[in-house]
Design a protein around this ligand. Structure first.
Ligand code: PEP
Ligand code: MN
Length: 446
């Protein structure tokens, strides 16, 4: 593989999908020039460490938990927001680690998840049509003409927002906040104090006994007090990802230092297009979303292009079929990929195939559909003898009302109470913890 990074203009010549139409080319150039001078947000060595961990996922020796907002916002870069998200991910990870009896690789959909692909370029409200909101990386959410104009200066703001988020996350995960005892106490609080949590008393009690045992024998490894946590986002806006692609001084190889793990979305995974091309040149661990129209040959071709040397941990397939399609559609994909000897981590995104519009007009997802897709994912992999490697979820640590169902039985008419997502509906704190405990039960049955 050539290590030369293709030029930005050669990528644009490939006619990439889902790019903003910037009105001012000079302003784009200025923003890209600025970004090229900025220090890396992550380090190549950290990306390599994550790649090794994902290789363990592909071998069936670890489980991946990837989660965060559908779309981060600049206004959401607050200590409370970042901390709550991190806390729920850490809580889920402890439950999953115990149930899976393998390490859980923790990957935030954060510190860079600011750009969104849209099914339509335009949005119409009350007869007024404006450019669609493409994430804070591109334009404003407010439904006014001025706010919806794509502004490249926002890419520089993405950099700063991501730096602030990562800085906080790094401090939290090494500075005592991620202490295992502490995280477990949050879980026992959830189990004791919420009616939904009570169902999971047994697992929580088992974890409690395991921790007490460790303490009794005097075991106090470093891992009890700090965790590894990595960042990820969809590599979508070419200007941003290209400007942050740098040659690593250790290896002379290119890495996209905007995040540890980058993925290609369902709408931009065309083999000859710019996103696949750019990501084929970087050395980070990467993912590709695979929806229900993916043929086994599509998957094989993507693997050949993105991981020609079949490097372990390099490639993750994130399947998002929908609860109704996964049992039918996933087996032949997994079978053919496995038969061809391709090393890949299989991860389930039970969100993006299960979105619907509620009668009130809110975009939502049903908790039961999410669980049903995860169950289908486990069942398919179990029947094929392959490893269900992980979960990719849209969630928040706050008590929002965006997805219906779950133990609190959130109804469609409740959605308006606290619907804050600027894009897809997220599992709230309680729904996320429930998901972790339910998946723990699935893992234990495996
Ligand atoms: C997403 O992850 O927010 C997303 C748009 O997913 P997909 O590309 O799978 O539709
Ligand atoms: Mn989404």
């Amino acid at each position: 593989m050539s290590s030369a990074i293709p030029s930005l203009s050669s990528l644009h010549a490939l006619g990439p999908a889902q790019q903003p139409t910037y009105p001012d080319a000079d302003a784009v150039g200025a923003a890209v020039t600025r970004l090229r001078t900025m220090p890396p947000l992550v380090f190549a060595g950290e990306c390599d460490e994550l790649k090794d961990k994902i290789a363990a996922v592909a071998r069936g020796e670890a489980f991946l938990l990837q989660g965060g907002d559908c779309a981060e916002t600049f206004a959401g870069v607050t200590a409370d927001n970042v901390r709550n998200k991190l806390r729920v991910l850490l809580q889920m990870a402890v439950v999953l680690t115990y149930a899976a009896s393998v390490p859980v690789v923790k990957l935030g959909r954060l510190a860079g998840q600011y750009a969104k692909p849209r099914s339509s370029d335009f949005e119409t409200r009350d007869g007024v049509t404006l450019p669609a909101y493409r994430g804070d990386a591109v334009n404003g959410y407010d439904f006014t003409e001025a706010s919806r104009v794509p502004d490249p200066q926002r890419l520089v703001e993405v950099y700063h927002a991501s730096a602030a988020t990562l800085n906080l996350v790094r401090a939290f995960v090494t500075g005592g906040y991620a202490d295992l005892r502490q995280v477990h106490t949050w879980n026992t609080d959830f189990v004791r104090t919420s009616p939904v949590g009570q169902r999971y008393e047994q697992v929580a009690a088992e974890i409690e006994r395991a921790l007490t045992f460790m303490q009794a024998i005097g075991a106090d490894p470093d891992e009890f007090h700090r965790v590894d946590f990595h960042s990820s986002h969809e590599a979508l806006v070419l200007e941003y990802e290209h400007a942050l692609t740098r040659i690593d001084s250790r290896t002379n190889l290119p890495y996209d230092v905007s995040g540890h793990f980058l993925w290609i979305g369902e709408r931009t995974r065309q083999l000859d297009n710019a996103h696949v091309e750019l990501l084929s040149h970087i050395r980070n661990p990467i993912g590709v979303k695979l929806g229900p129209t993916t043929t086994p040959d599509d998957a094989l071709a993507l693997a050949a292009k993105l991981n020609p040397e079949n490097e372990p941990g390099r490639l993750t397939f994130i399947t998002r079929f929908g609860a109704k399609k996964i049992r039918e559609g996933l087996p032949h994909l997994v079978e053919k990929v496995t038969a061809s000897g391709i090393e890949v981590a299989w991860v389930c995104d039970p969100m993006h195939g299960n979105t619907f519009e509620a009668s009130s007009g809110y975009k939502t997802r049903a908790f039961d559909d999410v669980i049903e897709e995860v169950q289908g994912f486990f069942d398919v992999h179990r029947s094929l003898g392959t490893w269900p490697g992980g979960l990719h979820v849209e969630l928040t640590g706050d008590d929002v009302t965006e997805c219906v169902g779950g133990g609190e039985e959130l109804a469609e008419m409740d959605l308006g109470h606290r619907y804050e997502s600027v894009c897809d509906p997220r599992l709230n704190r309680v729904q996320s913890l429930e998901l972790a405990f339910l998946v723990a039960e699935m893992l234990r049955k495996a």
